[in-house]
Design a protein around this ligand. Structure first.
Ligand code: HEC
Length: 204
């Protein structure tokens, strides 16, 4: 009995002292907290976002060109409408990211910018007006999320559906667009102008 009491006392002492030791170690070796700034690692996320966007952009343009060749711009509207959304959804699911397109002057109200998007789009707009180059950019969100922005530039092909109505866009084509998107604002663009941005949201 005595031995048992001694043993449990010993065990208690050992566990207590090791606990104390552990505590000491933790406090002594507590690593210094170094706050890494978003600017320091933004580049890595930007590269990742540009990679996804290149895939999505290429796939979209291929489908668009194919559809135009087959059925003209009237048929191709469907590519931008349904196919684009499905394509972005599948790329998003496969890579555990969220990809969307947005713009200040949007065609589909589902693509409307949120508060953060609007701030970034306005900053890009200002840069464009000053004649400065537009590069990918990003922001940190709460909940360990980041949001990357990649500008989408307008080329000749785009003007057929986003240029000047009656000049670049055939009235018949615009009639169809207006039917699908009564509140369309995505017209009047010139070649080389920013049409909008890709938005890639991912976990940090
Ligand atoms: C055949 C017509 C057509 C052509 C050509 C076209 N688009 Fe679009 N675009 C649309 C339609 C329709 C939508 C709406 C898609 C949706 O419902 O999400 C759209 C939407 C967009 C959006 C999403 C924001 C918004 O306004 O809703 C961007 C960005 C965009 N287009 C860029 C381009 C660029 C860049 C090109 C040239 C490479 C291009 N488009 C060529 C018809 C076209």
């Amino acid at each position: 009995m005595k031995f048992l009491i001694f043993l449990s006392a010993l065990l208690l002492f050992v566990s207590f002292s090791s606990c104390k030791n552990k505590d000491n170690v933790v406090t002594e070796e507590k690593p210094e907290v170094i706050e890494s700034k978003w600017e320091d690692y933004k580049g890595d996320y930007t590269k990742k976002a540009e990679f996804f966007v290149r895939d999505a952009g290429l796939a979209l343009k291929t489908r668009l060109t194919e559809a135009i060749a087959k059925g003209g711009f009237e048929k191709a509207i469907n590519v931008c409408n349904e196919v684009a959304q499905k394509m972005m959804d599948s790329i998003s699911t496969a890579n555990k990211v969220q990809i969307k397109r947005t713009s200040i002057k949007f065609r589909n109200t589902k693509n409307a910018p949120d508060q953060n998007d609007l701030a970034m789009l306005s900053a890009y707009d200002k840069l464009q007006k000053e004649g400065k180059p537009l590069a990918s950019d990003g922001i940190e969100l709460e909940n360990r999320m980041v949001k990357l922005y990649v500008p989408i530039m307008t080329d000749k092909l785009c003007l057929n559906c986003h240029g000047v109505i009656g000049k670049d866009i055939k009235p018949k084509v615009y009639e169809l667009i207006k039917k699908l998107y009564p509140n369309d604002e995505a017209v009047g663009y010139k070649e080389g102008e920013m049409r909008g941005v890709w938005v890639v949201q991912m976990e940090k």
